[in-house]
Design a protein around this ligand. Structure first.
Ligand code: LMR
Length: 357
């Protein structure tokens, strides 16, 4: 059960008992509830038997169905429905169909959607320390990232979301970020001068591109293809899989393999909804989430390499930085780590560095 984080629900017992008493009282007052999401409503079927309406769990995200996040959320749906014997229906809304980057965070807090899987850096508004994920060249490989996720520093960070009415259930990987550009190959830091990059969010990414002499603009994921196509921005950074599944090769010719930063996900639930679920249902969903998380880890590594091949086949011109070239980027971009140490926290940076050992 890697990277799946289970909370102790004992303290909720009183809350559950009160909720149950209120539900029974309400059921007594109204015998014909229309709610499709209470889990208590019952629908008459032939022969007078009653079948409870399923509890609807809405899961919204911004990537395509064939991305690691898209496939892992479908796996969660399949397992959740299986383990609850159909008492839960998971509705997955991919590709920003329901909510875009900013809206999904507001929607999960308001309880309009129950689960989201934002890229970690998008939590910057709740806690700027989540921008650790953007610090240039912080992690050496996937294993280091996974090790960091299990560190105390990361667990403390995850708990910081409790103040926002949401709970972080699991971490899912996507991969390392690369640069894409529509104008010319990016081989040295000097090539970045004057270009404008689309970024996800936050001041670390802004500082990263400033260090390279480039500008940046925060643009929602769902609007980035059009921004690249129309020249609102000249370039962007993302993982092989996001570049591939968003079809950036149609509008950007050059790919620079730099592995300079990470893009991974926090799986977040609305706390009130989650804690209000019947205990057996919540346990089944936790089991489904733990298994979907293992699946997400396997998938991400596999899809990362497949997408790299797809990008080459799609005709992108690829620059794979050699050690000397990469060292030049490290020299120019690494000061951003020191600049943001007080924002991110030394404990987090130290834990990330320890994970590289
Ligand atoms: C992005 O905005 O580039 C990513 O956060 C999209 C995603 O969810 O992978």
């Amino acid at each position: 059960m890697m990277f799946y984080f289970k909370k102790d629900h004992k303290s909720l017992t009183l809350f559950m008992v009160i909720t149950l008493i209120m539900a029974l009282a309400l059921a007594g007052c109204s015998s014909s509830s229309n709610s499709s999401n209470s889990g208590n409503a019952a629908t008459a079927v032939d022969g007078g038997e009653k079948k409870a309406d399923p509890i609807i769990v809405k899961f919204s995200h911004v990537t395509t169905i064939d991305s690691p996040k898209g496939l892992a959320s479908e796996k969660f749906k399949e397992l959740a429905e299986k383990y609850t014997d159909g008492r839960v229906t998971v509705e997955v809304y991919p590709s920003s169909q329901l909510y875009g980057d900013k809206e999904e965070l507001e929607a999960v807090q308001a309880g309009n959607v129950h689960i989201i899987a934002p890229s970690i850096t998008k939590l910057v508004g709740m806690n700027p320390q989540f921008q650790y994920v953007d610090l240039p060249f912080l992690f050496k490989d996937n294993e280091a990232v996974y090790k960091f996720w299990e560190s105390d520093a990361n667990k403390k960070l995850m708990n910081s979301l409790d103040n926002y009415g949401v709970r972080l259930l699991a971490m899912w990987p996507n991969g390392f970020k690369q640069f894409v550009n529509g104008k010319y190959p990016l081989v040295t830091p000097a090539d970045f001068k004057g270009l404008k990059f689309r970024v996800q969010a936050g001041s670390v990414l802004e500082a990263q591109f400033k260090a390279l002499g480039a500008g940046s603009a925060t643009i929602p994921f769902g609007e980035t293809y059009t921004a690249l196509q129309q020249g609102t921005v000249d370039a962007t950074e993302n993982t092989f899989n996001n570049i591939d599944t968003q079809k950036y090769a149609e509008v950007q010719k050059h790919l620079t393999v730099s592995n300079h930063g990470r893009l991974d996900y926090c799986i977040i639930v609305n706390t009130k909804f989650w804690d209000g679920l019947p205990g057996d249902i919540r346990e089944a969903l936790e089991k489904a989430m733990a298994e979907a998380t293992d699946y997400a880890v396997e998938l991400a590594e596999d899809l990362d390499q497949k997408s790299f091949e797809n990008l080459k086949n799609a005709g992108m011109e690829v620059v794979e930085l050699n050690e000397v070239q990469r060292a030049e980027f490290v020299k120019v971009m690494e000061p951003v780590v020191a600049e943001f140490e007080s924002v991110i926290g030394k404990d987090i940076i130290d834990a990330a560095r320890a994970a590289n050992q």
